[in-house]
Design a protein around this ligand. Structure first.
Ligand code: APR
Length: 184
């Protein structure tokens, strides 16, 4: 599914984020930045050791780890994408502990960092909806609204992709994009 938001294109597709040829892809990392499973594992596995090396360098200035909702960038290593933007989504704990606000911050901070770096095209996974157990329906509303609002407020990003791993998740994001009558 595709939508235009201002001069930017918003695309929803099913696939593997590590295969995307956008300038940057977003990693659903943990605060250690030392890798993990899911998207994190796939990106480090396919991108190679250079990504981890740059994460280690970043950690020198972040002794307590990357805070939830913040974003940092490394090389894309062996990936098609030139850059990986690492962010940490919130762990779901019922929805009344600031999870929506932290999830929104993660998406917005990735886009703000991309803009600052002159990145024009960027791919997102469905942040927090795997190991962090954020319900996909709820997460999709926060994610799409955050991205649509950001693209409506800023120029410079040409394409944002949501790369969903399953047909089910793609269907949920498509339903949300249609249903939410998001201003775009
Ligand atoms: N491409 C696109 N989406 C993927 C891929 C992939 N290659 N692999 C997994 N996904 C999907 C999952 O199906 C889920 O919908 O990404 C979404 C996010 O799942 P996770 O990767 O588990 O991320 P998250 O829920 O944010 O949990 C982060 O998991 O991997 C660890 O180190 C990571 O501790 C951190 C935690």
């Amino acid at each position: 599914m595709e939508a235009s938001v201002g001069s930017a294109k918003l695309k929803l597709l099913q696939g593997d984020i590590t295969e995307q040829g956008t300038d940057a892809i977003v990693n659903a990392a943990n605060s250690s930045l030392m890798g993990g499973g899911g998207v994190d594992g796939a990106i480090h596995r396919k991108g190679g050791a250079q990504i981890l090396e740059e994460c280690r360098l970043i950690r020198r200035s972040l002794p307590d780890g990357l805070p939830t909702g913040d974003a940092v960038a490394t090389t894309g290593g062996r990936l098609r994408a030139k850059k990986v933007i690492h962010t940490v989504g919130p762990v779901w704990s019922g929805g009344n502990n600031g999870e929506p606000e932290m999830l929104e911050r993660a998406y917005r901070n990735c886009l703000a960092l991309a803009l600052k770096m002159g990145i024009k095209t960027i791919s997102f996974p469905s942040i927090s909806t795997g190991a962090y157990e954020y319900p996909v329906e709820k997460a999709s509303r926060v994610a799409l609204r955050a991205v649509v609002d950001f693209l409506g407020e800023n120029t410079g990003i040409e394409e944002v992709r949501f790369v969903l791993h399953s047909k089910h998740d793609l269907w949920i994001y498509e339903e949300t994009l249609e249903g939410e009558k998001l201003r775009y």
